[in-house]
Write a protein that binds this ligand. Sequence first.
Ligand code: GDP
Ligand code: MN
Length: 359
Amino acid sequence: ASNSYVDPIFLNDLTHKVIKEDNIKLENATILVLCRNWELKDILSSMRSLEDKFNKDYHYPWTFLNDVPFDDEFIEWTTAMASGKTEYGLIPEEDWSTPSFINQTKYDESIEYAIANEIIYGFSKSYRNMCKFNSGYFFRQELVNKYDYYFRVEPDVEYFCDFQMDPFRLMREQNKKYSFIMTLYEYPATIPTLWETVEEFFQIHPDYLHPNNSYDFITDKEPIGTAALELGESSYNLCHFWSNFEIGDLNFFRSKEYIDYFNFLNEKGGFYYERWGDAPVHSIAAALLLDKEEIYHFEDIGYNHVPFFSYPRGEQIKKHKRCIIPKDKDSMDVAIGSCLPRWWKLGGGKKFLKEYYHQ
Ligand code: GDP
Ligand code: MN
């Protein structure tokens, strides 16, 4: 007799998942994951959390993207964990790797500089590819093209409260185009020339600036307002939406304005010569190209991505949404390093959409 355990043969019948059709009208949306094969355990943990708190009641499809093919083990386990269908896409080489216009010598020097100065992820070429991909390509992948909304999920994150509503429906009905949970300050060493590049872009396209933008959220002490941006005299205060959680309108990213913005940034080379993150790139675009009413703060989900936690504040919400708050973990929302108080001060989040929540 062998000691090794073999699955009973009938388990093979479970390979075809039956997705229960509830009478819920779904949005044209997907849960979107970019990750690596070796992150399987951590993405299963994120999936378990999001399925239990939200998707088990909706069965939205999951879309997985990778710069190398997903292996069979990854596909089998994530398919089993999802309550909706799963699709797996390989990112085309040209959407991922270093563009040919990048000067190799200058790039190598910038990596050395980043290592010497201990810039976070500064040593990593794949991290730069990832940030560029998440800035300019995720919304135009073959598997993603058919959708209007996405919910970005990363490995090893956790959601603390029952959703009790469909965030995609909220986004569509309330005409929201970008949403966040946490907002923080970016590491300045990763983006030395990002803001001057943004200024240059808006000098060429002043008409792209939304009249009801969130300029005041991302700049400080600017007596002449957005005019300073066009004059090249504004300054970025480093506030950005933390993009490891995002629910967004894919058609915003596919717009001419965003694509022009991305192309302009990309051609400047800052994703490679510096280490521009997709978070400030998305955030600056959302803040300047969108109406500030089109940006939504999901304050009642409760979320952790290392090293920060965010919790809803109201006792009623915590009770009725069955939030479990890990002990000894302070919410980032009003901690030093959070830009959320600034968001509130500027009028963000005034309208809590209570009609979306069970009473
Ligand atoms: P951090 O959140 O900034 O610390 O960075 P992560 O390591 O979590 O990376 C951000 C996201 O990109 C996660 O979903 C990762 O799984 C994914 N990611 C990062 N690098 C790569 C890569 O080289 N290939 C693939 N396929 N995914 C990556
Ligand atoms: Mn992460």
